[in-house]
Design a protein around this ligand. Structure first.
Ligand code: DGJ
Length: 750
């Protein structure tokens, strides 16, 4: 039993293998949060909550009227915090009542424990993978005066050390009310001094970790861009001051949601820390008629005493098996070649067949036709929404193109940007009201695009119908789902003025509905998420799209930081990564093919270049790279991931992947800049079996010339060392003999 309700002392304790979480309803029905950290027994941990009158922190009437001035919601740690009734900190729920007031005071009524994991209709949510003993706790909270019920859902995955949280709010009154803020996670720490790590970014530089002390006042990050965005990922890690990559207490949070979110961290007047994570309230107002409910998306939480890497490995295992679904979850996905950087808009069907032929010969398994195959689309200025193939441009029908690609023994994939519409498109001319715009105001253009109103069911139905017909007629087995702008000028013709605040969330629900419909119709379809690169990299999308294009920045050196930052939350096999041409199109940098390959291998692995323009030596290197990827696939993509030396470190980024049974490991080291007389780079390995011996070998393609052989001399004889030594004394990374040299070292248990 991972959830225990102790009726004697009133505690509800949630246990996973390495973490414990506890709550308790007190004498006036406040649901106290008493613990999240190392495993807790059933002991009542509310003893640690110290209460005193601090002035200006009011007392609920039951307490104030008997002159108990020490009881104040303003100071108590709680599972859900309501705005307007004496808790002045960031709140997790705010609601406008029919009389215009905004106060809510939810009290504990009941709770129920059930086997299995709750589901959230219409929303992506984690699920139980087989029989792992997940359980659900539902706590019912009520405010009878306001006529509101809140059900707090907790999913406990004991083997994964994960607890999830979601919430359903119901109007139990007799008149309509408006929900103004809905955050499923409120987490209070009564003591401790913490740092908060978030992941900020921009186009071509996504998910840069930034660690800051939690200060007095509210620190927050989020998105009001319609999607989770490049600018802040919907994830965070709270850590104790002394926590490092490998040790110390950390708490990780990620939102299974692709829309607007807000993460708040507040240190209060008595140095308590509150975290609130949910839908961003700025663009959110949800009208609830009597009897209606609103369900929030869920937050996934994990705790580790093994520092940041402990958090990452827990998230990786959970996302791989309990978020990502479908037939592609556990198997190797096709090595693809995408024509975007090879041709941009300038291609024909014959050109794609040529690319596919050469690619096939190199060992590549799927051709993806990117933007430009439909309508009159020859630049990014027009035709979005006209999802009919441009047969004149292709020089053949889409089904013929699909057939010719498949006849080569390759799979065929195709690009869509379903949530946008061009002003210059037949779709816009036919349905101008399908574009998102405020009546009487010209909307912002971005990349010359407008937003398609995905909050409308008729629009969703149109997109479902169009995409299904293209997929069926072309026989594609992969779709790249792109979204190249942020949303603004939010307004939908489908809702009255009083409900416009629902549009942003309904837009996201609409996207989920379309994705769900595609996967229901084509269960084998592999969808890769994309949003101008990694602009919507979140667990909401990963529920439908097992992989997401990590960034439009394909420079392998820049990718080191992007993939490093992403790795704090997301596993390698979700990060779309391609080998592209050199010099790189985003930076102009020249890098060796084997380095591009080594970096892309710690992602989904594919190509984005014109193979017909490669030299024989480059082709040979690609063949070799594909062979290495196939050989190391299980270790790289399904193993445990360790960040050894960060990209902003000594000039050499090093990371390691270890097969789940510890029998094999791959160390990848990339020199991200060159200096004369560089200090040798040493690194202790991790995750090996201490008592086992491992044979070390270099992947030959990385050794290079005579100088490389000299630097790598130690490794040339395939030395054998114990796991214990490798994890304590460690290894040195051979010096470089050329710019941006990389090394891949394989360790095999003997
Ligand atoms: C942005 C994506 O990230 C690129 O890979 C490419 O698909 C373009 N859009 C196409 O417009």
């Amino acid at each position: 039993m991972s959830i225990v309700y102790n009726r004697e002392n009133g505690t509800i304790t949630l246990n996973t293998r390495h973490s414990g979480y506890q709550m308790k309803a007190d004498e006036i029905g406040t649901l106290l949060h008493t613990w999240y950290g190392e495993p807790a027994g059933e002991e009542d941990l509310s003893y640690a909550i110290f209460r005193m009158n601090r002035g200006f922190s009011g007392n609920p009437y039951e307490k104030g009227s008997i002159d108990d001035r020490s009881y104040s919601l303003d100071q108590l740690p709680q599972e859900i915090s309501c705005f307007g009734t004496g808790d002045y900190r960031a709140s997790s729920v705010m609601m406008r009542q029919e009389d215009g007031s905004r106060a809510l005071r939810l009290r504990f009524r009941d709770c129920e424990i059930q086997p299995g994991k709750y589901t959230l209709p219409g929303l992506p949510a984690s699920y139980e993978d087989g029989k792992e003993g997940a359980e659900t706790l539902t706590v019912v909270m009520e405010d009878p005066e306001a006529g509101v019920k809140a059900e707090l859902f907790y999913g406990v995955f004991p083997e994964k050390d994960v607890i999830t949280r979601a919430m359903r709010i119901t109007n139990t009154g007799t008149a309509a009310k408006t929900l103004l803020k809905a955050a499923p996670m409120n987490l209070d720490f009564i003591s401790g001094d913490y740092d908060l790590t978030g992941f900020y970014g921009k186009w071509a530089k996504e998910r840069v970790p930034e660690r800051e002390p939690v200060r007095h006042g509210i620190q927050s990050f989020g998105s009001v861009r319609g999607s989770s965005s490049q600018h802040h990922n919907p994830s965070a890690i709270l850590s104790e001051k002394n926590a490092t990559e490998t040790q110390g207490k950390c708490w990780g949070f990620t939102f299974v949601y692709s829309g607007e979110f807000l993460f708040e961290a507040e240190k209060d007047m008595i140095d308590q820390t509150r975290l609130v994570f949910g839908i961003h309230p700025d663009n959110f107002e949800w009208v609830l008629e009597p009897g209606e409910s609103f369900t929030t998306p869920e937050v996934v939480m994990t705790y580790s005493e093994e520092g940041f890497s402990g958090i990452s490995r827990r998230f990786h295992d959970f996302i791989r098996k309990n978020i990502v679904r479908g037939p592609w979850r556990d198997c190797r996905r096709p090595i693809l070649i995408n024509n975007w950087e090879a041709t941009y808009f300038n291609f024909t069907g014959e050109k794609l067949v040529d690319i596919a032929k050469t690619a096939k010969d190199l060992g590549i398994e799927m051709l993806v036709m990117d933007d430009g195959w439909f309508g009159l689309r020859n630049s990014d200025n027009n035709a979005l929404g006209d999802w009919d193939p441009n047969e004149e441009k292709l020089g053949m029908s889409l089904s013929e193109l699909g057939k010719r690609i498949r006849e080569l023994g390759m799979r065929f994939g195709i690009w869509f940007e379903p949530e946008t519409i061009s002003e210059d498109s037949d779709l816009f001319r036919a349905h101008p009201d399908w574009a998102v715009a405020i009546p009487g105001r010209k909307p912002d253009l971005s990349r010359h695009e407008l937003i398609l109103d995905m909050s409308r069911e008729d629009v969703q139905d149109f997109i479902i119908e169009k995409m299904c017909s293209v997929i069926a007629s072309s026989g594609v087995s992969y779709v790249k789902w792109d979204f190249n702008r942020s949303v603004c000028d939010k307004y939908t013709h489908a809702l009255p003025a009083s409900r416009q605040g629902e549009m942003a969330h309904r837009f996201v629900l609409g996207t989920y509905r379309v994705l769900d419909a595609l996967l229901t119709r084509f269960p084998e379809l592999l969808i890769e998420g994309c949003s101008g690169g990694g602009g919507r990299f979140d667990c909401g999308m990963l529920y439908y799209t097992p992989q997401i294009w990590c960034s439009d920045n394909t420079d392998p050196i820049e990718r080191l930081m992007i993939q490093y930052g992403s790795s704090f939350i997301y596993p390698v096999n979700t990060m779309g990564a391609h080998v592209s041409a050199s010099p790189n199109h985003q930076t102009g940098r020249n890098t060796p093919m084997e380095t591009r390959s080594a970096v892309a291998m710690s992602g989904t692995f594919g190509y984005e270049l014109d193979p017909t323009k490669l030299t024989d030596a480059e082709k040979e290197e690609i063949r070799r790279g594909i062979g290495v990827f196939k050989e190391l696939y299980e270790t790289l993509q399904q193993g445990d991931y360790y960040r050894l030396t960060p990209p902003d470190g000594p000039g050499c980024t090093v990371f390691e992947e270890v097969k789940k049974d510890g029998s094999k490991a791959v160390v990848t080291a990339v020199y991200d800049h060159v200096r004369a007389n560089l200090t040798p780079v040493y690194t202790a390995l991790r995750g090996l079996k201490a008592e086992s011996s491992y044979r070390l070998r270099l992947i030959p393609g990385h050794i290079g010339d005579e100088r490389g052989r000299l630097f790598a001399a130690f490794y040339m004889n395939e030395p054998v060392l114990t796991g214990r030594t490798l994890m304590s004394r460690g290894i040195y990374i051979p010096h470089y003999s050329k710019e941006y040299q990389s090394w891949q070292i394989v360790l095999e248990e003997i």
